[in-house]
Design a protein around this ligand. Sequence first.
Ligand SMILES: [Zn+2]
Length: 149
Amino acid sequence: MLCPKCHKDNIAVIDSRDTDDESIRRRRQCVKCRYRFTTYERIEPIKFMVTKKDGSSEPYDRSKVIRGISLATEKRGISPRTIERLVDSIEQQLIQAGESTITSRNIGDLVIKHLKKLDEVSYIRFASVYKVFRTPKAFANELKKLNKK
Ligand SMILES: [Zn+2]
């Protein structure tokens, strides 16, 4: 990106915020001549189909994933920004995997992997809601592991 005034390419971002779901507004300043200007970047929503447990599919819905994570991380002091970043990396991983079908299970597994690193209480909450543990015993064992720490 070049400065509109002096055409140097040393531009700093001084502020950025989401204007709506589809664009980010950034205040920028040329480091050279101090000229300030604003740019808008469109966020490309990620589109793919998700196959559900019952075999039906639906378009991927980022807000659903965020909602699930928000519930699991409630009162754990995890910022919405962190959750957004977490979902960003999950989406990147889903895309990079390049599978022709993505299942709700794939997404759940990735969320769990990330939550486990981020916060173990959130991880357990999420995992229990999404019934990752096949048996009550498996769930109890996971809790026991946590309590030992
Ligand atoms: Zn400039």
